[in-house]
Design a protein around this ligand. Structure first.
Ligand code: DSN
Length: 423
């Protein structure tokens, strides 16, 4: 039997992952159990609807699986309600928009060019195309959110939905400040914790749950699970924006959100992925995971300090979480060129806009680094110093192929000694 060429390519990708240093802040390596569930027979099953209320027969077993995933997620984040069906973070956010806003209504998020996310109102995304986005920003001087300006913008624009969260912001959030202004303008407050969710779940960063009405996350970044999304409520509440039942009663937000996921924005849930999410949550509930996520933070802080010592300009001067954003202006290289150069040495990261960037998103003046994936591979503080040296060597001497090849050999030597599956 001829094996499909796809399997050769999967093997090649596996080898690429094994031998390289993975610094993309949104990536991680899942366990074998998560992969087993994601590649299981559950992919054969249609289950539109929710546990106990499906549109298909034969759903008893997937009902149990989905309920276990929901219960574990509630325990992990201290949530009262969870929907585990969103296929991704973008899908989770789309459902929240549908639940909270009518087309044309105002949403406020962190500017994408200042570390925000595409689905928080970017003009090229559904969130900016369908709704009216306004943005808060970070200070030019210290790279931290300008809370004063955020409050002014909210009071002036009166958004119906305020979003906290980012894909390239290395500091924690003042959720209370956002709550106060949301109360003042009557907005629903949502946190998208896709990046720091693992650090939040284990109490290492501030908890948005007591302050935010709605919390969304992906499951594959610091949470170290299968690729996917979910929506949570710390406390269920009546939807304030007039979604009424035929009897004229306000519906609970949990009901509105469930309907916004299915049938609002998705069809059949991916029960194999929901099973893999259940396994992810169980792993994240363990003490092992606490040790892991603490190491992620220690590694990020060690890496950022070592880079600063080597003359790199980290936005905001350091990190509270798993990631950091580097302004490369003083290194005379663009983000695009740095990404490419590092890739030649088998170090993977992504070019990233920095706040107030003078270059386009295709070129950029920065790169974003994260330590979630390398920590899963078993790297510790001393390895972060090596990584800072590797990055410095390559970026300081971009034309020198001998340097690149030397670094690449050291990268491969280090990573080939670290198995992909650690636990
Ligand atoms: N694209 C993801 C990231 O890299 O942060 C967010 O969706």
């Amino acid at each position: 039997m001829n094996q499909d060429i796809i399997f050769d390519l999967i093997e090649k990708e596996k080898q690429r992952q094994i031998k390289g240093i993975e610094l993309i802040a949104s990536e991680n390596f899942v366990s074998e159990d998560v992969m087993k569930a994601a590649g299981s027979v559950l992919t054969n099953k249609y289950a539109e609807g929710y546990p106990g209320r499906r549109y298909y027969g034969g759903c008893e077993i997937v009902d149990d699986i989905e309920q276990i995933a929901i219960d574990r997620a509630k325990e992990l984040f201290g949530a009262e309600f969870v929907n585990v069906q969103p296929h991704s973070g973008a899908q989770a956010n789309a459902a929240v928009f549908l639940a909270c806003l009518k087309p044309g209504e105002t949403v406020m998020g962190l500017d994408l060019a200042h570390g925000g996310h595409l689905t928080h109102g970017s003009p090229v995304n559904f969130s900016g195309l369908t709704y009216n986005p306004v943005f808060y920003k970070v200070n030019k001087e210290d790279g931290r959110i300008n809370y004063e300006e955020m409050v002014e913008t909210a009071l002036r624009e009166k958004p119906k939905l305020i979003i906290i969260g980012a894909s390239a912001y290395s500091r924690d959030y003042d959720y209370k400040k956002f709550r106060e202004v949301a109360n003042e303008v009557g907005a629903v407050l949502m946190a998208d914790i896709s990046h720091p969710s693992g650090l939040i779940a284990k109490g290492i960063l501030n908890d948005p749950m007591p302050y935010c009405d709605i919390v969304t996350t992906t499951t594959h970044k610091t949470l170290r699970g299968t690729r996917g999304g979910m929506i949570m409520l710390g406390k269920d509440f009546e939807n304030p924006f007039g979604h009424k039942t035929p009897k004229g009663e306000l519906k609970l937000m949990s009901q509105i959100l469930d309907s916004a996921v299915f049938p609002g924005t998705q069809g059949g849930p991916l029960e194999h992925i929901i099973a893999a999410k259940a396994i992810t949550f169980n792993e994240a509930l363990s003490d092992n995971y606490f040790n892991y996520i603490l190491q992620v933070l220690k590694n990020a802080q060690t890496l950022s300090k070592a880079l600063v010592e080597r003359g790199f300009d980290i936005i905001s001067g350091g990190t509270d979480n798993h990631l950091m954003l580097i302004d490369l202006h003083n290194k005379n290289i663009t983000g695009k060129a740095a990404e490419k150069l590092l890739e030649q040495a088998d170090i993977t990261c992504n070019k990233n806009m920095i706040p107030y960037d003078d270059r386009s998103p295709f070129i950029t003046s920065g790169i974003r680094l994260g330590t979630a994936a390398v920590t899963t591979r078993g790297l510790k503080e001393e390895d972060m110093i090596k990584i800072a040296d590797f990055i410095n060597d390559v970026i300081s001497d971009p034309e020198n192929e001998t340097t690149i090849n030397k670094v690449k050999a050291e990268v491969n030597l280090l990573m080939n000694s670290k198995p992909l599956f650690q636990w």
